[in-house]
Design a protein around this ligand. Structure first.
Ligand code: AHR
Length: 516
């Protein structure tokens, strides 16, 4: 059966019992005459929390570590992230943000207090990685900074003083303290959030209560005129549109953005989420079904925002998203360490496609998280480091950053399993600033290649080059011993006929085509 996606949707181990050998069919029409919104590079942002081995070991090893580092920050991780490009980095949480007191993380490291990270494993944080170290790291990788303030256990004064410490360009006592701690010039503060998940770990608040608190805190985010951060309100849990409604109604005028968090759990159960590898085919299917809900979630929050903010001044930021599995056997439950397979790369691709469609409102997202936590770009083990499948998905989508979204119309066979089904082929397209067109095609069927008829009405298709990301099994991972099991490879693009091109997208694959 062929299903038609609505025009403006425009847009194991796991060698599962083999199924239909013949390829499935799909057609993708790129509507080059209907350019959409610019895809903000911030959509490809990341998140690093004081959680497990995310910051400590993953980024920070300390100056005396045998692991090669620059001012305590590991060189291999910086090199990998610089190569990828990280448009924006969120820190220090997450739930951790609402227990973080910024003064703990400044001054001589051997005099900083140690605190218990009560949310994540009860481990002791020696505060070696504080504001200066974070800003140094962000500068090293070329990322804009997104600092998340503490509402849950902080105060308006503490938050206001942190902002002043980072941004004051005068001789205030806090600016002098920053200088005494080694930073003369203020840092550019791009984004600042007032609390995190204030409906949950950030304080279990009601939206009415938080809306008032937000207004109060946001009033005191005071910075020099040329260094105004975007003020972000802590947003909804997944599909909870009531939260967005109340916040937009009561505090919309005081914010530049509101967030939303949505994670993909294969089984949809927090106590039994499903494994990162060696999963049954039913969880390959359910992972994508649940990922595809992101579209409805953004549509529904967007509709509410449109009522209060028809000009779309306020952005919707998905500042936490990604897969969340059971932790790897034998690892600390509180560290959220999970493997990262080809499935994760395709989850990232599907989310990117959805974010592109919502680019008019969605102007930043932050995958959770950057290193060693949840759907990470990078995994480390002592001195060893490996780039994950998700890293490669981010790399393949680089041409879409800052490009103008071009709607696509997709007509595709379904990928079916028992009573469940999802559209097999997903697509997105965009035109970059130099005028080159980029198209990403994802085939979620783990058994069948997709014969895709690509159309660019009114245009002669020429000079396309392709990169393909696939692997031998759906749960293929990169390991320290075999780091290239999942990595992009060149794809030979067949010759086009006028405005049409027929190509075979292999099973379980992401293909990115770019005009040269
Ligand atoms: O990313 C892990 C956690 O997930 C964050 O700390 C929290 O905001 C969310 O619940």
């Amino acid at each position: 059966m062929t299903i038609r996606l609505s025009a403006l949707l425009l847009s194991s181990v796991v060698s599962f019992s083999a199924a239909q050998a013949e390829s499935l069919r799909a057609s993708v029409t790129v509507q080059t005459d209907r350019p959409g919104s610019v895809i903000d590079p911030g959509i490809y942002g990341q998140f690093a929390e004081h959680l497990g081995r995310g910051v400590y070991e993953g980024v920070w090893v300390g100056e005396s570590s045998p692991i090669p580092n620059t001012r305590g920050i590991r060189n291999d991780v910086v090199a990998a992230l610089k190569e990828l490009g990280v448009p924006v980095l969120r820190w220090p949480g997450g739930c951790f943000a609402d227990e973080y007191h910024w003064r703990d993380g400044i001054g001589p490291r051997n005099q900083r207090p140690t605190r218990i990270n009560t949310t994540w494993g009860g481990v002791v944080d020696d505060n070696a990685f504080g504001t200066h170290e974070f800003m140094d790291f962000a500068e090293m990788i070329g990322a804009e900074v997104y600092v998340n303030g503490n509402v849950g256990t902080g105060s308006v004064q503490e938050m206001a003083e942190w902002v002043e410490y980072m941004t004051a360009d005068n001789n205030s006592t806090l600016a002098q303290l920053r200088r005494a701690n080694g930073r003369d010039k203020p840092w550019r503060l791009h984004y600042f959030a007032v609390g995190n998940e204030t409906w949950g770990c950030g304080g279990n608040m009601r939206p009415e209560f938080y809306a008032d608190l937000y207004r109060q805190y946001a009033t005191f985010i005071k910075t020099p005129r040329d260094n105004k951060p975007q003020r972000i309100a802590s947003g909804a849990n997944g599909s909870n549109t009531e939260w967005t409604e109340v916040l937009m109604r009561e505090a919309g005028k005081h914010m530049d953005a509101i967030s939303v968090h949505y994670y993909t759990l294969p089984r949809g159960e927090w106590k039994d989420k499903g494994a990162a590898t060696r999963f049954p085919e039913s969880e390959w299917m359910s992972t994508f079904k649940r990922t595809l809900r992101m579209d409805e979630i953004l549509t529904n929050h967007g509709k509410i925002m449109d009522r209060y903010d028809p000009q779309r001044r306020v952005a919707l930021l998905v500042d936490e998203w990604g897969t969340w599995y059971d932790v790897e056997p034998g690892t600390n439950e509180g560290f959220l360490y999970q493997q990262n397979s080809l499935r994760d790369a395709l989850v990232a691709a599907i989310n990117f496609n959805i974010f592109h469609r919502h680019a008019a409102r969605v102007r930043m997202t932050n995958i959770a998280q950057m290193v060693n936590v949840l759907q990470a770009m990078i995994l480390t083990d002592g001195p060893k480091m490996v780039k994950t499948a998700t890293y490669h998905a981010f790399a393949l989508y680089k041409p879409f950053r800052g490009a103008t979204h071009v709607p696509v119309e997709v007509s595709t066979a379904e990928y079916k399993l028992d009573a469940e089904s999802v559209p097999a082929v997903h697509a997105t397209a965009a035109r970059d600033q130099a005028g080159a067109l980029h198209i990403a095609l994802t085939n979620l069927d783990p058994h069948r290649a997709a014969t895709v008829e690509l159309r660019l009405p009114g245009q002669t298709i020429k000079a396309l080059q392709g990169q393909i990301l696939t692997a031998a099994s759906t749960d293929a991972i990169n390991t320290f011993e075999a780091p290239d099991a999942v990595r992009p490879a060149p794809f030979k693009v067949p010759r086009a006929r006028g405005d049409r091109l027929q190509l075979e997208v292999p099973a379980k694959a992401l293909l990115v085509l770019s005009q040269r």
